[in-house]
Every structure is written in C-alpha cells, then in structure tokens.
Unconditional design. Structure first.
Length: 139
C-alpha cells in the first residue's frame, strides 16, 4: 500500500497523505519492536498512575540494546529508573508492529511527529494539512 501511495504522489495524482506518527513509525517504516508488558495492578510498588495507563492496565516498554538506549538517552531524559525496574520484573515479551507506542519509543515518536509538523509549516506545507497533522499527533 505504501508503494502505491508513493507512486500516486510521484505521478502527481495526489498531493500527499496525512497520517499519524504511529502509522509513519511502524507501517511506512516497517518497524517491529520487542515489547515487554506488565500488568500495573500486579506491581503496585511501581506507582503507575491508573489515569495514565491504557485500557486493561498493561504497561509496555520497548526492549533495547545498550547501544540503542545510549543513542536515544539524551532525547528521552527521564524515566530510565522505571524502565530498569520494569525490565527486572517478570513479564511477557512480544513482537509488536505498534510497539513504537511503548515507552520510550511512543513519546519519542510523538515528539518527532511534532517536529516534522513544524518543519512542514516552515516549508509552507498547506496550513490546513499541518493543523490536521498536529491534531492527529496529539490524540
């Protein structure tokens, strides 16, 4: 599908496509992440606020190599203590196409999406499209 859309843009049949950062990160980039999941209710010592948890109370973190973590640690400055505590706990590890929404890759992806939106506005990308992009990213 991505190739078809790219060809339609190249042939100038369509101008472009608005999408969310999640789609860009895993569908268009073709990424899969190894994600560790824990049920927050099983670990009250973590003090994860229920209001911040997704439905079902499952909290996910992206498993990273030491090199990958070092590469993004300056971008994502807070939360590594919690990350280390969760990594030490028992939990399921799965491969997810939408793993990019786990911590820390989810917040990082959303921040990068906002940066792309700002660049699009600077490059005179249509303002209505930029606003739609921004609304999609912040949902």
């Amino acid at each position: 599908m991505t190739t078809l859309i790219a060809e339609l843009i190249r042939k100038r049949i369509i101008d472009g496509v608005l999408t969310s950062s999640a789609v860009v990160a895993h569908e268009m980039a073709g990424t899969l992440d190894r994600v560790k999941r824990i049920r927050a209710a099983d670990h009250p010592e973590l003090n994860l606020p229920a209001a911040l948890l997704p439905r079902g109370g499952v909290f996910e973190i992206t498993e990273m190599t030491a090199a990958w973590r070092a590469a993004i640690q300056d971008e994502v400055e807070e939360g590594w203590g919690l990350y280390d505590r969760i990594m030490a706990l028992p939990g399921d590890v799965i491969v997810k196409a939408a793993g990019n929404m786990a911590w820390p890759m989810g917040p990082r992806t959303e921040r990068l999406g906002r940066e792309v939106e700002a660049i699009a506005r600077e490059a005179a990308f249509p303002s209505s499209a930029s606003r739609a992009w921004a609304r999609t990213l912040t949902r």
